[in-house]
Write a protein that binds this ligand. Structure first.
Ligand code: DGL
Length: 265
């Protein structure tokens, strides 16, 4: 079991921000990443659709013999986590809890804002989780639907990304917010433009490092840490060559083959 792989999935490229943190914290682990490029974006889709895609991916990963599945997507974590946990035999971890934990630890004044997809924001999952940890916090939520296509297009450094961030984040500049959750795994790719708009007094947090530490603690406690050399196998449900070209910018290195795996949904 120890040397069984860990499955990680997202609607597309965003989950690679989580994968990068996992590779850093757990270099001996064998990772399988699935980007659902045929169905991205998840953020504007219904709970039923996101659950259907997530289940199909989790079943595929389970067939690959994974010891753990990481839902490296806030939208799928917000909308489908409970259903996945009920249907899948291996443990399933999401990204909402670690992101909320980090924000509650980071804030000095209790004013937290969550940037996310429409699905994540409408689910209220972050608000619920933050208030569970500290009922005195004030939580503002802002859906930023155009951020995902900007990242999937490889446009994170274009002036359009800056203009889009300025427009979405305007309401935050007049508030007491001191901590902003990048509540979509695509958004850390836009960290530069987001922090330029918000300025140095606002802390940006995401789930990646906290989740990677949680995974490490969990595997350690279950005597399931891998030994030896880690590896990465990539799958995309459509256009694997395009995925490979763009993934290079997020992971900062050239990638091996990205396999095509169509989902039966
Ligand atoms: N990266 C995903 C998230 O964390 C999904 C973005 C999307 O597909 O809309 O929410």
């Amino acid at each position: 079991m120890n040397n069984a792989p860990i499955g990680v999935f997202d609607s597309g490229l965003g989950g690679l921000t989580i994968l990068k943190a996992l590779q850093k914290a757990l270099p001996a682990e064998k990772l399988i990443y699935f980007g659902d490029t045929a169905n991205v974006p998840y953020g504007s889709k219904s709970r039923a659709a996101v659950t259907q895609f997530s289940l199909a991916i989790a079943q595929f990963l389970e067939q690959k013999g994974v010891k753990l599945i990481i839902v490296a997507c806030n939208t799928a974590s917000a909308l489908a986590l409970n259903r996945l946990r009920a249907s899948i035999q291996v443990p399933v971890m999401g990204v909402i809890e670690p992101g909320a934990q980090k924000a509650v630890k980071t804030t000095q004044n209790g004013h937290i804002a969550v940037l996310g997809t429409e699905g994540t924001v409408n689910s209220g999952a972050y608000r619920q989780q933050i208030l569970k940890l500290n009922s005195h916090c004030q939580v503002q939520q802002i859906p930023c639907p155009l951020f995902v296509p900007l990242v999937e297009e490889g446009w994170a450094k274009k002036p359009l990304a800056q203009l889009t961030a300025a427009e979405y984040l305007k309401p935050l500049l007049k508030t007491q917010t001191d901590t902003v959750i990048l509540g979509c795994t695509h958004y850390p790719v836009l960290k530069g433009v987001i922090s330029k708009v918000l300025g140095p007094k606002i802390q940006l947090v995401d789930s990646a490092t906290t989740l990677a530490q949680e995974v490490k603690t969990y595997l350690n406690a279950n005597d399931a840490l891998a030994q030896g050399r880690g590896s990465l196998t990539l799958y995309a449900s459509d256009a694997p060559e395009r995925f490979k070209r763009l993934a290079k910018y997020i992971l900062g290195k050239k990638l091996n083959t990205v396999h095509l795996k169509k989902l039966n949904v």
